[in-house]
Write a protein that binds this ligand. Sequence first.
Ligand SMILES: C[S@@+](CC[C@H](N)C(=O)[O-])C[C@H]1O[C@@H](n2cnc3c(N)ncnc32)[C@H](O)[C@@H]1O
Length: 279
Amino acid sequence: MRRPIRLNRNFCRKLWPGMQRGCPDPRGLLDAGISDSDANEILVRMKIHGVFKTTWSDRFPQTTRLLASSGLSPQAVIADVGASDGSTSLSVMQAMRFGRYYVTDRYVEAYACTTRKGMFFCDEHANPFMFANRFVVIYNETGEAPRSQSGIVKNLFAGFDMAKCKDVRKVPLMNRALLPKLGDDVRLERYDIFEAWPHEKADLVIAANILNRDYFADSLLSDALRNLKGALKDGGRLALIENRPAEQSNLFRLEHGRFIVESQVGAGSDVKALVTGLA
Ligand SMILES: C[S@@+](CC[C@H](N)C(=O)[O-])C[C@H]1O[C@@H](n2cnc3c(N)ncnc32)[C@H](O)[C@@H]1O
């Protein structure tokens, strides 16, 4: 990230009323009265340990139509991995019938920690990924940042200690419209694609905009693919989708332990060869 330090959008609005500048203030997630769209706007600008939570409603409409017409049983179990706040999971749920839908992500909640400097956001292991105060929003990422910014970022986050915070609150990182749907047939679960799938086997696994070479090396992508294969029933399907920015995807079917390509949208998945070559 070339500019981990951004101006806080609320501060920008005071300086330049009416202009859409700056980063949405993540502290808004603690506001009980925040609208669904404002909460979504904050969530999609979050980046946690190298991966953006970017998503939007009906993000891959062609693949969704393909899935809806793929002859899946109305009792099908669907596992949506790396689903972010669930916005696009809601669109898939609307388009097709299913028995149970697992909306999963590595980060389904975060901790908002108040300090004298401002508020740090961190994961369940107290590793901070973002900071905000009245003036700025800062990402904990220094890879491509100019030295002038990376020094500030390193010092800020190195000084964070969750135990010394004045107040610590859990914040759901989910689309507010998903929460009332949760129950026996729609489940929200924390799931890391680098771990074995711990729930019932699925008829369909959806992995959209997560198995990405910008995020993970091929060896890690293969590890994740092996876990997703383990999550499927024999004859089950894996949908791999990317928006770069045009929609491109493949639907694979698991047959006798190997994935075969069943259909393709646009240029297909960038990691198609890794999937079909998986032993
Ligand atoms: C770019 S978003 C994609 C969201 C949605 N699938 C879509 O296509 O709009 C990637 C998501 O993957 C999640 N993620 C990152 N690492 C993960 C991991 N190891 N296991 C599961 N999810 C992960 C991030 O938290 C983020 O919500």
